[in-house]
Design a protein around this ligand. Structure first.
Ligand code: SAM
Length: 207
């Protein structure tokens, strides 16, 4: 998976590649889909949600530019697979999931794998996690209609927000870097097209 889907497509961050080689992705999918766990595709995880395609996980994680000392926020825990990658690459991970059953299942697997640097909360991640801000990096693993303002406000200066933004069916992946104490002062880089399930919440899609 790492050689043919990720290295071959240009992901170069050795720490990201190592984490993806290490983490057993098949533990994060339903037993019936285990034989497809390393395939080049997202897979259903129940509740109408998906575990992201391995390449997309790698690309987004590389864009966060993590060195190991960071406090990071993830919106959309889902299966917990991306969370485990972040737990390998950063010091502390805070993850928000709106569907309680997915959060509980992810917690179980992350505990079994001994990722004790992860806190998971059930709620609307478009509001961020104010009590724990600021974050060195934030990743949103669901498609947003626009960049949720609370997430930019909760970024440290120099912090990176990686987020798919666009319509219901396709989005553009952006890296938003906060440049100063003014949350309007950001650098926005487009990283390519993508397709995610909806980010649903106060600062996302409303349904
Ligand atoms: N990173 C996940 C993985 O590797 O399994 C993929 C997550 S899936 C593509 C997107 C997740 O975002 C879903 O589990 C969905 O319930 C969640 N989600 C959508 N809107 C949310 C919100 N406002 N707050 C928190 N989670 C949200």
């Amino acid at each position: 998976m790492v050689d043919s889907q990720i290295r071959a497509r240009g992901v170069r961050d050795e720490r990201v590649l190592k984490a993806m080689e290490k983490i057993p992705r098949h533990l994060f999918v339903e037993p019936a889909l285990e034989d497809q766990a390393y395939a080049d595709t997202p897979l259903p995880i129940g509740e109408g949600q998906t575990i992201s395609q391995p390449y997309m996980v790698a690309l987004m994680t590389e864009a966060m530019n993590l060195k190991g000392h960071e406090k990071v926020l993830e919106i959309g825990t889902g299966s917990g697979y991306q969370t485990a990658i972040l737990a390998e690459l950063a010091e502390q991970v805070f993850s928000v999931e709106r569907i309680a059953s997915l959060a509980a299942q992810a917690r179980k697997i992350l505990d079994a794998l001994k990722y004790f640097n992860v806190a998971i909360r059930v709620g609307d991640g478009t509001l961020g996690w104010k009590e724990e801000a600021p974050f060195d990096a934030i990743i949103v693993t669901a498609g947003a209609p626009h960049i949720p303002r609370p997430l930019v406000e909760q970024l440290a200066i120099g912090g990176r927000l990686v987020i798919p933004v666009g319509g219901r069916f396709t989005q553009e992946l952006y890296r938003v870097t906060r440049l100063s104490s003014d949350p309007e002062d950001v650098k926005k880089e487009a990283l390519g097209g993508c397709r995610f399930v909806d980010l649903i919440g106060e600062h996302g899609w409303r349904h």
